[in-house]
Design a binder for this molecule. Structure first.
Ligand code: NAD
Length: 419
């Protein structure tokens, strides 16, 4: 039995096998491209505030080292396991390759509900996890970043812990740090801004006017909130938002400013208002122009895919749509335009790349430069995907993944096998 298993890993494998069939990768070559280079499991003991000791399991998976260090976020969630982290690392590889970044994919995680920890406990756990990872990460080996359940503060603790052991400040060991300790301007907003930028490109392509268009966003964290705010700045009306604590829907449009104020104060949507509370299971299937899943994976299965009533599905989250759902979407007559995750949310890793470059050079850019360069890379990837779709009559996801897989395969073949 393989160490790499579970529903999310199986999903990444199924997607890969379909791409490998499409681009004719011989079966004997496939494990070398799919399976990760390294998978690290650690246990992290911490003192709880009540005086007891708790132990949490942590993971880091490094998918391939063909183009340079591996790169990927760190997820704190109760149900994180090695299979999920591996799938996320694999998707990061295709994403970095599609964007043309000199990285392989990685991902890390700790099986913990971050909302159940005090700030002191969160700091202790983050520092212990990074300390356990020191032999395996580094600016030219593997560069962690934030993901679900982690943020700029957690990255600052990671950077500080690593630096203390090196005896010098090493900002380039993680990205997504606060700007004051070597982060780049525009990183916190980068993923959501990238989602909105690509939605704008998709709207141009489909002749939809953003003014008067409508959107629903699932997940009101880093990616979801910035996607919603940036779409609203473009004139899009936000009809629905949700997080793990509450769901709001109003067909005439929500007051995003008031929601932002509430979340800034309380951290979550719960308690925002009694009016507009909605069943989260029904949110994704309400009519809208743009649907942005920006929370967890596998929220759109075949049954939900058949009921979607959006025109653009912009995947802010990683892996929100199952392979079965993809088949349903491909057969629908009304053609929903899918911005697949490895394209749609790649603004985050693109600006993380800029942060790493700036940290190594100790030369920092203005926000406009960050935005313009990120948009250039997003536009290049978007057009490469559309050209491939036109050429081969495949879905947007198949085109995006095929471009990523082909680049990784080509790199491995050119470098050859050592020894
Ligand atoms: P986050 O922790 O900032 O926010 C996650 C949000 O999802 C929270 O609002 C949480 O309450 C909500 N949520 C969790 N479970 C939910 C559920 N079942 N239904 C509705 N909402 C739920 O995380 P994030 O960084 O915004 O990441 C969100 C997604 O975007 C993840 O899939 C992540 O892998 C992906 N992503 C993040 C980045 C990044 O730069 N942060 C980059 C690329 C992709």
């Amino acid at each position: 039995m393989s160490t790499f298993s579970g529903p999310v890993f199986d999903m990444a494998k199924t997607q890969f096998e379909a791409i490998a069939d499409y681009i004719d990768i011989p079966h004997h070559e496939r494990p070398r491209i799919l399976l990760p280079k390294r998978a690290i499991t650690v246990t992290c003991p911490i003192h709880r505030d009540d005086g007891t000791v708790a132990v949490f399991e942590g993971y880091r998976v490094q998918h391939h080292l063909t183009f340079g260090p591996t790169k990927g976020g760190t997820r704190y969630a109760a149900d994180v396991d090695l299979g999920e982290v591996t799938a996320l690392a694999i998707w990061m590889s295709w994403k970095c390759a599609l964007a043309g970044l000199p990285y392989g994919g990685a991902k890390g995680g700790i099986a913990v509900d971050p909302y159940s920890l005090s700030r002191r406990e969160l700091e202790a756990l983050s520092r212990r996890y990074m300390q356990e990872m020191i032999p395996f990460v580094g600016p030219h080996t593997d560069v962690p970043a934030p993901d679900m359940g982690t943020n700029e503060q957690v990255m600052a603790w990671f950077m500080d812990t690593y630096s203390m052991y090196q005896g010098a400040t090493v900002p380039e060991v993680v990205t997504g740090k606060p700007v004051s300790v070597g982060g780049t301007v525009g990183r916190r907003e980068a993923t959501g801004r990238g989602v909105a930028h690509l939605v704008a490109r998709a709207m141009e392509h489909l002749n939809i006017n953003p003014r008067g268009a409508t959107a629903i966003v699932q997940g009101y964290g880093n990616v979801g909130s910035v996607s919603a705010l940036t779409l609203a700045e473009m004139g899009v009306k936000i009809l629905g938002v949700s997080d793990h604590t509450a769901c709001y829907f109003d067909p005439s449009g929500l007051d995003l400013g008031a929601i932002e104020q509430h979340v800034a104060k309380h951290g979550v949507l719960a308690g925002y208002s009694e009016a507009g509370l909605f069943d989260p299971k029904e949110l994704l299937i309400q009519p809208c122009d743009i649907l942005v899943p920006a929370a967890v994976e596998r929220v759109i299965d075949a049954a939900t895919a058949a009921k979607l009533r959006c025109r653009i599905l912009a995947e802010g989250a990683n892996g929100p749509t199952t392979p079965d759902a993809d088949l349903v979407l491909a057969q629908r007559q009304d053609e929903i335009f899918v911005l697949p995750d490895i394209l749609c949310n790649s603004g985050g890793v693109i600006v993380s790349y800029f942060e790493w470059v700036q940290d190594i050079q100790r030369l920092f850019w203005e926000e406009n430069e960050v935005k313009e360069r990120a948009n250039q890379i997003l536009d290049r990837a978007f057009h490469q995907v559309l050209d491939r779709v036109k050429r081969d009559r495949v879905t947007n996801r198949t085109a995006a993944m095929a471009i990523g897989v082909e680049k990784v395969r080509d790199g491995k073949r050119k470098r050859g096998l050592f020894p």
